[in-house]
Design a protein around this ligand. Structure first.
Ligand SMILES: [Zn+2]
Ligand SMILES: [Zn+2]
Length: 176
């Protein structure tokens, strides 16, 4: 479990959420026989922003900073991975029955983590191949200077305020 331990170092602690994210991400990478993404060859669409997403970022190389991690605020333990080279996408979720096992009050947190890490893949991870349009590549936008604070800001994030182009924080300050 060398790569799990490294994910723990990245995340800061070992927890059931990270372990689950680890199993789900591993399943996707194995399916595509993909390495960690250096650029945007792999895109992850995550439906929550909890612990497991750090396993996604660490293992798959789909990161917030590179723009190949797309967050949908649905509160669901679902990750979709898109592999640009093959045009394939997989939707990875947790097998419904597995949750019942985890909620057993008799088992400790450590045992829960171990259970997640050692259960055979078919009993824990649901994998569905799906068809989705290829996600767009991340854009590099022009930046301009905010006419109030003079800090640079990406053009498509600016607001107009009394004929001035301003950043969102300055816009909000004036409006309140
Ligand atoms: Zn955690
Ligand atoms: Zn400003």
């Amino acid at each position: 479990m060398k790569s799990y331990n490294k994910a723990v170092q990245f995340h800061g602690h070992s927890c059931p959420g990270l372990a689950m994210g680890y199993r789900m991400t591993k399943a996707a990478l194995d399916l595509f026989s993909s390495e960690r993404a250096k650029d945007e060859e792999l895109v992850a669409i995550v439906e929550n922003d909890a612990c497991g997403v750090d396993a996604v970022q660490f293992l798959s190389g789909c990161t917030f900073g590179k723009g190949n991690l797309i967050f949908k605020d649905y509160g669901k333990m679902v990750y979709t991975f898109y592999h640009r080279a093959s045009g394939k996408a997989v939707r990875i979720s947790r097998i419904a029955g597995f949750r019942t096992k985890l909620s057993d009050p008799q088992i400790s947190r450590e045992e829960r983590i171990n259970l997640i890490l050692t259960t055979p893949e078919k009993d824990i991870v649901q994998i569905e191949e799906i068809n989705i349009p290829e996600p767009e590549y991340s854009h590099i936008f022009e930046t301009v200077l905010c006419e109030i604070c003079a800090e640079s800001v990406v053009e498509n994030k600016t607001r107009m305020l009394d004929g001035k182009t301003v950043c969102i924080p300055c816009y909000k300050k004036q409006k309140n």
